[in-house]
Write a protein that binds this ligand. Sequence first.
Ligand code: ADP
Length: 259
Amino acid sequence: KPARRAAPSGPEPIPGVDRLVAIASGKGGVGKSTLSSNLACALAAEGRRVGLLDADVYGPSQPRMLGVTGRPASPDGKTILPMRSFDVTMMSIGLMVNEGQAVIWRGPMLMGALQQMLMQVRWGELDILLVDLPPGTGDVSMTLAQKARLDGAIIVSTPQDVALLDARKSIDMFKQLKTPIYGMVENMSTHICSNCGHEEHVFGHGGVARECETLGVPLLAEIPLHLDIRTASDAGRPIVAADPEGAQARSYRDLSRRL
Ligand code: ADP
């Protein structure tokens, strides 16, 4: 288990939130959001009080992945009530804009929106709040690490060289910001054919494990590329919630036990 609050970075804790964990990636499309929602569901299934903040301003996908629609209420006009799905308390920038509408905000607006989602949402008492970050090392990630007391970051990558190269930059950014790195997750590790079970390494194999060794960070999980994971998320019910005892939920559930 990673040490709790070993060297928390940033000044401000979020009231009621015990642990704040960023889910980041260097590249887009590597499965960061899929991991975030499945991990959140897995933590909730274990009885942990879990929140998920979708801060992927350029492509917020948590409302769809967690089957959440509608606008969050603000009864007092100051604070915002989060949504709830599969026992996960969630908020997404996607619920603040219309689906299909491009978000073309400049840096300061992005930072304002992030701060609002962190501090004005009534998260309640949470054991852990996961933040699904936009890919890369942009304003949102920097702001989060600087403004909030981040307990750790999980970096998601595929085993492919181009993804690993960007993942390295992401790790470097967190190191510079003094955010503890919990470790890396290799997603789309092995493709398992849903027809015959044949295994194939579409994006290469072992790339993230090697990278972890080089960088001296733990390899937290290897998640297979499987059709059921994609279809479950597209249907608004992550595989961990749809088929908790199934083979495809296993790696997410194992990961949740390490947090
Ligand atoms: P990111 O958040 O990094 O941009 P997503 O989580 O949105 O990536 O994933 C990109 C696409 O890949 C989505 O369609 C998602 O359903 C699919 N996907 C992610 N991880 C897996 C996996 N392990 N197996 C199958 N499909 C996956």
